[in-house]
Design a protein around this ligand. Structure first.
Ligand SMILES: *[C@@H]1O[C@H](CO)[C@@H](O)[C@H](O)[C@H]1NC(C)=O
Ligand SMILES: *[C@@H]1O[C@H](CO)[C@@H](O)[C@H](O)[C@H]1NC(C)=O
Ligand SMILES: *[C@@H]1O[C@H](CO)[C@@H](O)[C@H](O)[C@H]1NC(C)=O
Length: 505
């Protein structure tokens, strides 16, 4: 124990400048709407390091929960009391009772407190082999947070009341947003004065025109541009490529997405070319790859979809957030492409009501891939990032990869999918797709709270089962999806003939 006062003294002297142990953590995000609770994290020596910086002189709580609620969670509570730092591993049972964990798996690395703030830095193993702890994987995690103005006393932490919340994050993010070597020109695709309704969830869609370039450019990095103070309001941003056969009249209006009055032009914007979600700092293409602009194959019109999260139903919010695209004429070796793989979005995708675990799968078949690859890139394409996509009933998605019938390593997975948190996941290593390979996107849904059928479709109450593969070099294949054959089921229930074909979007 005699090491602590010294550590604290050092911290008090140097903490204000360094804001922590001085060792930089690559990822950070704000967890609460008021900007009082900041989280930073990153790998450190085989473990994961966390730094909590909170506007309180009392205790600070942090944890991992299966649902985002307090039940059955893995929790750590720390602070500085009378000049001494403390950190305790807790867990909650199904009745939300907080209990001290007999096995301490959180290791205090640094602590600092001044009259207004507490900073706690700790590490833990990804897998602690303690049934009361949650393993940290590449799947989405619901982190939970809380704080109190008093430190933990004899009776344990006092109830935090409304100073608490949850946020979905991906902690094993292989992305390291690279600092650009020189000043690189950019353009912004940013909303203008979007009035945010006073409701929990809003999806706002706005079309933009890509600047007209006289020669080929490469986008090498995309960053979020978030209006100051709106860090927790802007939840995720998707950028789609739209049909090029428009004129600029479509640029004049933004509208709520998935709305019956949404302009038809929005429906042509199907291929995701970029995705950002809260907690992400930006996306750098690998050093040999760029997103091409300025050639006839490249996007001319794009749709920006911004998800606004307004849980306290604040009124009168006006937002001006979006994306910044850094581009260069210093063309890299390869053009990036995006393949949409999975289940074709149509009414043939059916999910019965009341199901705790229903699976759908979409095939990017050997034949489909082989045709595109043989013609253009017999040596294959290299996947470096994947976005997994379903809607509100989605609970888990896996992108499986087969070569000559044998299963390879999963390209990507998320066993705790959260619709409200979607971003491209960098693969740990690039993976090659060769002629002869096939892909299966496997989705798991929960429809226990639904009384009616769920169908494939664009609205968030309809479903999708898709993965978007970011790869190079670009080939002429943007979609590789399958349609379930439901004729046998229809015959089984007595349907003899279909007069009007079911819409295939
Ligand atoms: C306390 O520390 C925090 C975090 O480093 C800092 O932002 C704040 O200004 C400090 N407050 C005082 C009163 O020094
Ligand atoms: C632009 O497109 C709209 C709708 O497609 C059409 O009504 C309008 O006439 C077009 N304007 C020009 C200048 O081509
Ligand atoms: C890409 O493939 C489609 C369908 O096979 C074809 O119609 C189109 O012309 C091709 N485009 C290019 C640029 O090769």
């Amino acid at each position: 124990m005699c090491g602590w006062p010294l550590l604290l003294l050092w911290a008090l002297l140097s903490g204000a400048a360094a804001g922590g142990s001085g060792r930089a953590l690559p990822h950070h995000t704000v967890l609460d709407p008021q900007g009082e609770y900041w989280l930073s994290w990153g790998p450190r020596g085989g473990r994961l390091a966390f730094r909590l910086e909170v506007r309180t002189a009392g205790y600070v709580g942090f944890g991992f929960s299966p649902t985002g609620a307090m039940a059955a969670a893995d929790i750590v509570v720390g602070g500085v009391a009378q000049g001494r730092p403390y950190l305790q591993d807790y867990f909650t049972n199904a009745n939300r009772e907080l209990k001290k964990d007999a096995q301490q798996d959180y290791h205090l690395e640094y602590a600092m407190e001044n009259s207004t703030h507490t900073i706690i830095e700790f590490t833990r193993e990804l897998h602690t082999c303690d049934i009361n702890d949650k393993s940290i994987t590449e799947s989405t995690v619901r982190v939970i947070w809380a704080y109190h103005h008093e430190d933990v006393g004899e009776a344990g932490p006092k109830y935090h009341d409304s100073n608490r919340g949850t946020k979905s994050l991906r902690l094993l993010n292989h992305e390291t947003s690279k600092v650009l070597p020189t000043v690189v020109p950019y353009f912004d695709l940013v909303n203008q004065d979007v009035p945010i309704p006073n409701k929990g969830t809003t999806y706002w869609c706005q079309m933009f025109k890509i600047p007209v370039f006289q020669e080929k450019h490469h986008v090498i990095k995309v960053e979020p541009v978030i209006q100051r103070g709106h860090e927790s309001l802007v939840h995720h941003i998707l950028l789609y490529q739209c049909s090029s056969s428009f004129n600029d009249s479509i640029l004049d209006y933004g509208h709520e997405c998935y709305h019956p009055n949404m302009p038809d032009a929005f429906l042509t914007c199907e291929t995701v070319i970029f995705a950002w979600a809260i907690g992400g700092e930006g996306f750098s293409y690998p050093p040999h790859v760029g997103l091409s602009l300025g050639t006839p194959l490249d996007p001319r019109y794009v749709l920006l979809e911004v998800h606004y999260d307004n849980p306290t139903y604040k009124e009168g919010l006006i937002d001006n957030s979006g994306l910044r695209l850094f581009h260069t004429t210093d063309i890299r070796k390869y053009d990036a492409g995006v393949i949409e793989a999975g289940l074709w979005v149509s009414l043939f995708h059916t999910i019965p009501p009341g199901m705790p675990e229903f699976r759908s799968e979409g095939h990017c078949t050997l034949e489909c891939l082989e045709e595109a690859l043989e013609a253009e890139k017999p040596s294959g394409i290299h996947v470096f990032a994947v976005l997994l996509h379903a809607h509100l009933a989605g609970r888990g998605i896996r992108l499986r990869h087969f070569r000559k019938g044998e299963e390879m390593r999963l390209l990507a997975y998320d066993d705790d999918f959260d619709f409200n948190f979607q971003e491209f996941q960098y693969l740990k290593e690039e993976q090659t797709i060769l002629p002869g390979d096939n892909l299966i996107t496997e989705c798991r849904y929960n429809t226990k709270d639904r009384a009616r059928m769920t169908w494939g479709g664009l609205s968030t109450r309809n479903e999708m089962c898709l993965s978007y593969l970011l790869y190079y070099p670009r080939i002429n294949l943007t979609r590789c999806a399958s349609i379930p054959d439901i004729m046998e089921q229809l015959q089984f229930i007595g349907v003899k003939e279909i007069y009007r074909p079911v819409t295939v979007l």
